[in-house]
Design a protein around this ligand. Structure first.
Ligand code: FES
Length: 184
């Protein structure tokens, strides 16, 4: 299991479920999840309480968008080909290089086929759209930055990769964003 830390997000007052792909409207391959009516109040959301996401219905090659701390994040279920492509890229392909292993994760004992990262371009915050061309997966229409399938910037002016939130898998089908500890 891969875990990611963020000292700002250790408090977990309440969880709410962002149900995944099922029944949600798809826009350009992006599925916007429904948020449970049992969710936290505005104060709790502003405090950045973790969100629990059902990823069991997200098919390979699909991405959903969830909101945590009032920012959107992409949760991408990678295909085997996408994992391979991400792993074969070289340092020279990127301006903020990290290995694919740093950005591909999965549940303990399960497949590492998930990549989760911020949906706001690291230049001025626009939301990139999916393009899948020339080895890139995301293009920011505002000033032309490009990102690969796991959110690494390939062309500027975005200075750094799309940021990964703290997260942990509670089970094969459940991803918690906002903490790196189950039950925290
Ligand atoms: S906001 Fe994305 S490139 Fe400027």
């Amino acid at each position: 299991m891969s875990e990611h830390s963020d000292s700002d997000a250790t408090r977990r007052d309440f969880l709410y479920i962002a149900t995944g792909a099922a029944g949600a409207a798809a826009v350009g391959g992006i599925v916007w999840p429904l948020v449970s009516q049992m969710g936290p109040n505005a104060q709790e959301i502003a405090a950045g309480v973790p969100i629990e996401v059902n990823i069991g219905d997200i098919e390979e090659g699909r991405v959903i968008t969830v909101t945590w701390r009032r920012k959107k994040y992409f949760i991408r279920h990678l295909t085997a080909a996408e994992v391979d492509a991400a792993k074969t890229k070289e340092q020279g392909d990127f301006r903020d290089f990290v290995t694919a292993a740093d950005r591909i994760t999965g549940p303990e004992g399960g497949e590492a086929v998930w990549s989760v990262y911020g949906a706001n371009c690291t230049h001025l915050g626009c939301i990139p759209t999916e393009v899948k061309e020339n080895g890139d997966t995301w293009r920011c229409a505002c000033h032309g930055s490009r990102f690969d399938v796991i959110g690494r910037v390939t062309k500027g002016p975005a200075p750094v990769n799309l940021p990964q939130p703290p997260m942990v898998f509670a089970s094969e089908d459940t991803l918690i964003i906002g903490t790196d500890k189950v039950g925290a």
